[in-house]
Every structure is written in structure tokens, then in C-alpha cells.
Design a protein around this ligand. Structure first.
Ligand SMILES: Nc1ncnc2c1ncn2[C@@H]1O[C@H](COP(=O)(O)OP(=O)(O)OP(=O)(O)O)[C@@H](O)[C@H]1O
Ligand SMILES: [Mg+2]
Length: 205
């Protein structure tokens, strides 16, 4: 499965979301972000500017943590993706840029999921309502959590981390781990459906 985490906007949680998904699902991690320190937590393939981004075969499970302009390097990866997860903060300016990212991305691939991250209180509901007015892609919440900020240094998925902490901290980490599980379940449901469709096409020939 090729999962692309992408937004033209910087600082919206792309690396954090990619990292927890990779640690949870054992995905290979590929990025064009030469400045990230993800290699502290897991093995990373960093792709130099100007070098094409290799599209790994279907048999590999990979997350591509990609940012910047939707250029000729990014387009083929979007087209080959099983899912494109677009993270954003709930900040109206970020939501605005994310909407234009979605408009560009959907010309290449409509298997889009939106993750509104780093949210507090009713921020998720407000941002979700804005997206719902303008597009119909599934939308997920990843709440604000210290455990997300600590992902890199701990090198453990949020689910693993939840098993280590106690009390109120545990509740907080479990909540965010559950939110990631919602995203994962959605993808697994869709992905197996794609395979079911594929099989029935073959049988019906
Ligand atoms: N759910 C969350 N809870 C707390 N902090 C978060 C959460 N999600 C992201 N952050 C913090 O927000 C900041 C930006 O996140 P991140 O680096 O993942 O974004 P990015 O889109 O990859 O940025 P860049 O464009 O620089 O690559 C980081 O400091 C990260 O720890
Ligand atoms: Mg990043």
C-alpha cells in the first residue's frame, strides 16, 4: 500500500502523522524533507531535490511524507497512491490553503482523506464544517497531544506509548491513538474493498 501524506502548506503535521502511521503499521518512510530528523525514530529514505521520487511496488507498504509545490516530482506519486492523507491545522488560513491543495490533488487522485490535527476544544467541528461545505472527503481529527510532539524522540507509536503511561496522560494518549485507528480502519476497509472489486471483476470475466 502506498500512502501519501501531503499538503502544500508547511508546519501542518505531515511528518507527525506520517511518523505515527509508519511506527504503527511498520511502513517504509520516504520523504523529500532533507531537514527532518525522522531517522532518529526509524529508517528513512530521503530523496534529494531534482531526483525523481521512486514509486515502490504494490507489495511494499510505504508512507511518503511530501510537502511543497505540486510539481512534476510529486504528481506521479500522487497518481500512484492508494490514499492521500492531507493534514491541516484548524487555523482558517491553513484550512484555506488546504482547500486549494485539495483542488489540485483531486485532479490526480480522488482517494483523499483530510486530517485536522493539533486540535483543541471545538476547533475540529468548526474546521470540519468548512470542509464539508466545499468537499465530501472523509475527515478525521487528531487532537493536540504532548505524545505527538514526543513521537520522534521516543520512536514508539502512540499505541505503544499508551501502554507505558498511566492516569490522565494515558487517557490522552489513548484518545489520540484511537483517532489514528479510525484513519487506519477507514483505509483498511477501503483497501480490502478495492481488492474485493478486483477479484469480482476477474471472476465475472
Ligand atoms: N496532534 C498534535 N499535537 C501536538 N503537537 C502537534 C500535533 N501535530 C503536530 N504537532 C506539532 O506541530 C508542529 C508541526 O508538525 P510537523 O513537523 O509534523 O508538520 P509538517 O507539516 O511536517 O512541517 P514541515 O512543513 O516543516 O515539514 C511540530 O512541532 C509538531 O510536534
Ligand atoms: Mg515535515
Amino acid at each position: 500500500m502506498r500512502l501519501v501524506v501531503y499538503n502544500q502548506k508547511g508546519g501542518v503535521g505531515k511528518t507527525s502523522v506520517s511518523l505515527n502511521l509508519a511506527l504503527t503499521l511498520g511502513l517504509e518512510f520516504v520523504t523529500t524533507d532533507l531537514l527532518s530528523h525522522v531517522e532518529i525514530a526509524l529508517p528513512v529514505t530521503k530523496i534529494d531535490p531534482q531526483v525523481p521520487i521512486e514509486i515502490l511496488p504494490d507489495s511494499k507498504d510505504v508512507v511518503y511524507d511530501l510537502g511543497g509545490a505540486l510539481d512534476d516530482r510529486i504528481k506521479p506519486v500522487l497518481e500512484a497512491a492508494h490514499f492521500i492523507l492531507i493534514p491541516t491545522s484548524a487555523d482558517p488560513l491553513d484550512v484555506d490553503i488546504t482547500l486549494s491543495t485539495i483542488k489540485s490533488v483531486e485532479q490526480h487522485n480522488k482517494n483523499i482523506l483530510i486530517a485536522i490535527v493539533n486540535t483543541e476544544k471545538d476547533e475540529y467541528e468548526t474546521a470540519r464544517a468548512t470542509f464539508a461545505k466545499l468537499c465530501a472527503y472523509p475527515t478525521f481529527e487528531i487532537s493536540r497531544s504532548k505524545a505527538v510532539r514526543e513521537l520522534l524522540n521516543r520512536g514508539k507509536s502512540l499505541r505503544e506509548r499508551a501502554g507505558e503511561v498511566t492516569g490522565a496522560a494515558r487517557q490522552n494518549v489513548e484518545r489520540v491513538a484511537d483517532q489514528f485507528d479510525d484513519i487506519i480502519s477507514h483505509m483498511q476497509g477501503k483497501f480490502s474493498q478495492q481488492f474485493k472489486n478486483l477479484l469480482s471483476n476477474i471472476h465475472n470475466r
